[in-house]
Design a protein. Structure first.
Ligand code: ZN
Length: 334
């Protein structure tokens, strides 16, 4: 392979599965494999598995060390990209405080003695970078991304770079306070966006409305103890016109809209992207968000059509981890 054809390897590490992908500088995934994440209470087994999966995919694609730029890895939690240390991984606590770069270098022959860069990033940072380079944000330089799932993550890109700030918290949009008297958040605060529209927040709202006795198809779909309720089940019922489910989606859209208004005046984005499972719900989510922004973002005149779904879906993490490497080597432009 010539240098022009070199590739980066991107890893998206999650608490239950991880994916390894081979990505070209143009943003094409030429191979991607998923594995279960091995767990241990006190050993960083997941990182050993990642290192061996990198070796596996290189062998499968007949890639030699000179063919790759380096290895990027997205971590589900806050990291220090300078030192390679994982600060905290709520779903993989055995990795708390572990130096991921050191362990990965030790597990990959070709990466010994710093001959190939190994970089780590927070997963929401990686997803934002991926959308900025190769996804819905590829034609703009300034964007805010929200990733909606069990929690709410995000990222802010300014002047074509995803920013994190000196304490690595810029873009933690899940902890924007949208209701000072609202539910308690995992961070200890009350009324963070994540507490209001994360998985638990949405399910809690639906359960409260069901317990009021309002009619809803969710009553038969929720299970006896509401154990089958999830944002996806609620969104599907809303798409079918269920009033109670629509009320939950409207409330979620309202709180998201409030958070978006804050982001608009802080970051002046060209585009706002919504990613994560529930972002696929379409109008039942986007309509109330756009309504709220339209009514409450008077000063900005922000065009609500610029609030759009992210494009890379489940692969955003793999793309973004590879983009850490490609950005490092090529500057701002992919
Ligand atoms: Zn919080």
């Amino acid at each position: 392979m010539t240098r022009r054809n070199k590739v980066a390897i991107g890893i998206d590490l999650g608490g239950t599965t991880f994916a390894v992908g081979v990505v070209t500088p143009d943003g094409e995934i030429i191979a991607r494999e998923s594995y279960d994440t091995p767990r241990s209470e006190d050993e960083p087994l997941a990182l050993a598995a990642v290192a061996s999966a990198v070796g596996g995919i290189m062998e499968q694609e007949t890639l030699k060390p000179p063919d790759i730029f380096g290895v990027g890895i997205g971590i589900p939690g806050p990291v220090d990209p300078e030192t390679g240390i994982i600060k905290r991984a709520p779903n993989l606590p055995e990795l708390d405080g572990v130096n991921a770069v050191e362990i990965l270098s030790g597990g990959m022959d070709f990466a010994e003695e710093g001959t190939k860069p190994i970089l780590i990033g927070n997963d929401a940072f990686c997803a934002t970078l991926a959308e900025l380079r190769w996804g819905a944000g590829r034609d703009v330089e300034n964007l805010v991304m929200f990733t909606l799932g069990t929690g709410v993550g995000g990222g802010i890109a300014l002047d074509n770079e995803v920013r994190r700030g000196p304490r690595q918290i810029m873009g933690e949009v899940g902890h924007i306070i949208v209701d000072p008297d609202g539910r308690r958040c995992g961070c200890g605060n009350h009324g963070c966006l994540e507490a209001m529209v994360g998985r638990d927040g949405m399910v809690h709202r639906a359960v409260r409305l069901l317990e009021k006795g309002l009619p809803s198809i969710l009553r038969e779909r929720a299970g006896r103890k509401h154990e089958k309720l999830s944002p996806r089940v609620i969104a599907e019922a809303a798409q079918e016109g269920d009033e109670l489910a629509l009320e939950v989606m409207n409330a979620s859209g309202h709180y998201l809209g409030i958070a978006l208004c804050s982001c608009i005046v802080l970051a002046d984005p060209d585009l706002i992207l919504l990613g994560g499972g529930i972002a696929a719900a379409g109008d039942v989510l986007f309509d109330p968000i756009r309504r709220t922004v339209h009514h409450r973002s008077m000063i900005s005149g922000f065009d609500v059509e610029k609030i759009v779904p992210a494009e890379l879906g489940n692969e955003a993490g793999t793309y973004g981890a590879a983009a850490l490497i490609i950005d490092e080597l090529t500057g701002d432009e992919p």
